[in-house]
Design a protein around this ligand. Structure first.
Ligand code: RIB
Ligand code: CA
Length: 303
């Protein structure tokens, strides 16, 4: 049984790796890619998504989305992902065109045509929030949202907030209060499952896809001597290998103002929401299994 998904993305180096896995894994049926301003502007994230679709000769549609957050001014992460958002590899330049509809329209159409689909946002949640505001009827047709973002622990934008949620906390609050079940794939696991130097070294020896991923990943500024964070790829790993990830159910609220703006606050004792929960928070991961899977996934890609 394949898993029907839509990815809402801001490629972005780790988004590119996640999109690569989703396009090529036979257990995933990627129906649509939408793009949002985040790591770089939405024009660049859209171009990068089209480059990946073209690289794999895929006919998956791409629709461009929000140019800026709902309320906050837009602030990119080019310092991490480079000015282009996907540096280091020369992609074909005969790119397909994006859909001639907005991401919100494309999301609504794809959800209504694929009941009980899974949404996989790997950038800020602006498009999803706009979708829920304009077309609330789609919510009952979404099985779950497997979202890269948030943290119960240390942030990467402030000590409290992770980039995707920090970029548009107002959108994140709309999504977390939507009633659609959420799996929070946050820094609590993505900073554990780093792509190790050994894995990185193997990539270019596997195939052209491995070379492409290696050549862009080495530019990722989110790195240390222990490895490189592949935040967004953890959403796809979760979909395919949930047994390798530990989750805890709790209510998660999003701070939208003050010094903790963008913080995802977990009601870890169930003390403030009468035991109600809205999120399965990923709290632990088998990092060795993630690396083994990452290399196996790429090695099975025919390009
Ligand atoms: O905090 C990590 C997230 O921010 C990832 O989605 C990365 O691509 C950036 O968008
Ligand atoms: Ca991203």
């Amino acid at each position: 049984m394949t898993i029907k998904i839509i990815m809402d993305t801001d490629p972005g180096i780790d988004d590119a790796a996640a999109i690569t896995m989703a396009i090529n894994d036979d257990n995933i049926d990627l129906k649509l890619i939408t793009t949002v301003a985040g790591n770089v502007t939405v024009d660049k994230t859209t171009k990068n998504a089209l480059k990946l679709v073209r690289f794999f000769n895929s006919d998956i549609p791409v629709a461009a989305g929000a140019k800026q957050p709902l309320i906050k001014p837009f602030e990119d992460a080019a310092r991490i992902h480079g000015e282009s958002g996907m540096p280091g590899y020369v992609f074909p330049d005969d790119l397909p065109k994006p859909m001639d509809k907005t991401a919100v329209e494309a999301l609504r159409d794809a959800i209504m045509a694929n009941d009980q689909i899974t949404l996989v946002p790997t950038g800020s949640y602006t498009n999803i929030a706009l979708l829920f505001s304009e077309y609330p009827e789609v919510k009952s047709h979404i099985e779950r949202i497997v979202a890269m973002g948030g943290t119960l622990g240390y942030g990467n934008m402030t000590s409290a907030a992770e980039f995707n949620v920090f970029t548009d906390p107002h959108a994140a609050r709309i999504v977390y209060n939507s009633g659609v079940p959420i799996v929070m794939v946050g820094l609590d696991i993505t900073m554990k499952a780093l792509l190790t130097p050994e894995s990185l070294e193997k990539l270019p020896t596997l195939n052209e896809t491995g070379k492409m991923l290696h050549d862009i990943i080495i530019h990722d500024g989110d790195n240390s001597d222990k490895g490189i964070a592949m935040h967004d790829v953890n959403t796809i790993f979760y979909l395919l290998h949930p047994e390798a990830i530990t989750t805890e159910k709790m209510w998660v609220d999003v701070q939208t103002e003050g010094p903790a703006m963008g913080e995802t606050v977990g009601d870890i004792r169930g003390a403030y929401h009468n035991g109600k929960t809205n999120t399965a928070v990923c709290v632990d991961i088998d990092a060795a299994e993630f690396n083994k899977w990452f290399i196996e996934e790429v090695s099975h890609i025919s390009k």
